[in-house]
Design a protein around this ligand. Structure first.
Ligand code: NAP
Ligand code: ZN
Length: 388
């Protein structure tokens, strides 16, 4: 593994840069790749605190958009990745610059860019590239593309090394993966829509959540609170399951028709066999059988939470009532734009606690204690205070 210094220096020094592949028919060939430096926060190891650093970004190529980052949400996936908790599936390469809930202003565009202009308020989520040719991409499911590139900790085909995320001053992204932010939305509250929003929106839409359905949202954190807002806006009877009794009033304010404190067995029993759909947004180990038993016949429970350790499933929880257990990962780009536009029409944003980047390590500790109401969002202007 690289240390923070060597990896960043190697990338910045130039000799390791690999030029982008260009094609004979390409009307905008990129003769050579040039880079610039930008301020960022990175973790140098699984146990290190995030600290100020500088990272290289490519100058925009023909189809790229350069964005000055205004706000970046803190997703629990940032924590899992920084601490290498997903090492069996996607091990972390250090240094890591997390952040995939990005809202910013376009500062530069490449010659072939048609979707965005300098000055536009735009957003970037969990994906910065995909092959765009496979059956999944052709169906607008870039999130299922085998060659999809995550915004951080994924191989960077332009600069070598890995991609660096949104805890930084600027980012350069292919225009296809840059979203439009509706003008009426608060930019800080809009940032978490790019992961917490789309990750809950996609399964709710796919499984037809709406009027006449009884829907449960498990875990009232960043994802969960967006799930509640969406399920309510889609007209479902919405029930929140929380381990935190002190979140009861908030759950109602966010749109829940009922709130169940899941540590209370009597409250849980009242709902046995009654749910059409459950969305599990819990970040840590928990008993999913207790929830599967709340599904009605042919009901579906979808995991979006991604705990470090495998979950235990009792066969009987699924056999009884022919229940389904499924999973879902973020969403495609078109679907993400649809979700943002829906939020614009309905005035939906995340409830955010805006922090300067210097408080990011403290915020991580609070996320781990389920003490977040309901998404931390970093004001990236605070990076200016860091040394040049
Ligand atoms: P978060 O803000 O930390 O929320 C997680 C919530 O889970 C907590 O607020 C808490 O809610 C509940 N919880 C925490 N520990 C628990 C435990 N031991 N037992 C029961 N409940 C517990 O996290 P997030 O950012 O919403 O992310 C949630 C999970 O989704 C993470 O694992 C993240 O990596 C994953 N994720 C997946 C995708 C995807 O595409 N599938 C995308 C983004 C994130 P209460 O206080 O209400 O109990
Ligand atoms: Zn996320």
């Amino acid at each position: 593994m690289h240390s923070a210094g060597t990896c960043l220096e190697a990338a910045a020094g130039g000799p390791t840069l690999r030029p982008l592949a260009t094609f004979a028919s390409d009307p905008f060939p990129q003769p050579s790749l040039t880079i610039f430096q930008t301020k960022a926060y990175a973790a140098a190891s699984a146990t290190a605190k995030l600290a100020s650093t500088r990272i290289p970004r490519r100058d925009p190529t023909a189809r790229d958009v350069q964005i000055e980052i205004l706000f970046c949400g803190i997703c629990h996936s940032d924590l899992h990745s920084v601490r290498n908790e997903w090492s069996s599936v996607m091990p972390t390469t250090y240094p890591i610059v997390p952040g995939h809930e990005i809202v910013g202003r376009v500062t530069k565009v490449g010659a072939a860019v048609s979707k965005h202009r300098v000055g536009d308020l735009v957003a970037v989520g969990c994906l910065v590239d995909a092959d765009r040719t496979c059956p999944q991409c052709k169906r607008d499911h870039e999130n299922f593309c085998a060659n999809g590139v995550f915004t951080f900790n994924a191989p960077d085909a332009h600069l070598g090394g890995v991609t660096y995320g949104g805890y930084s001053q600027s980012i350069v992204v292919d225009e296809h993966f840059v979203l439009r932010v509706p003008k009426n939305l608060d930019p800080a509250g809009a940032a978490p829509l790019l992961c917490a929003g789309i990750t809950t929106w996609s399964p709710l839409r796919h499984w037809g959540v709406g009027k006449g359905k009884k829907v449960g949202i498990i875990g009232l954190g960043g994802l969960g609170h967006m799930g509640v807002k969406f399920a309510h806006a889609l007209g479902a009877h919405t029930v929140v399951f929380t381990t935190s009794a002190n979140k009861r009033d908030d759950a109602r304010r966010l749109g829940a028709d009922e709130v169940v404190v899941s540590r209370n067995a009597d409250e849980m029993l009242r709902h046995v066999g009654s749910f059409d759909f459950l969305l599990d947004a819990v970040s840590a180990d928990h008993d999913i059988n207790a929830y599967l038993n709340l599904l009605t016949n042919d009901g579906t429970m979808v995991l979006v939470g991604a705990p470090e350790k495998p979950l235990n499933v009792s066969a009987f929880s699924l056999l009884m009532g022919r229940r389904t257990l499924a999973g879902s990962i973020i969403g495609g780009i078109a679907e993400t734009q649809e979700m943002l536009d829906f939020c614009g029409q309905h005035g939906i944003t995340a409830d955010v606690e805006v922090i300067p980047i210097q408080k990011v390590n403290e915020a991580y500790e609070r996320v781990l204690r389920s003490d977040v109401k309901y998404r931390f969002c970093i004001d990236m202007a605070s990076l200016q205070a860091e040394g040049s």
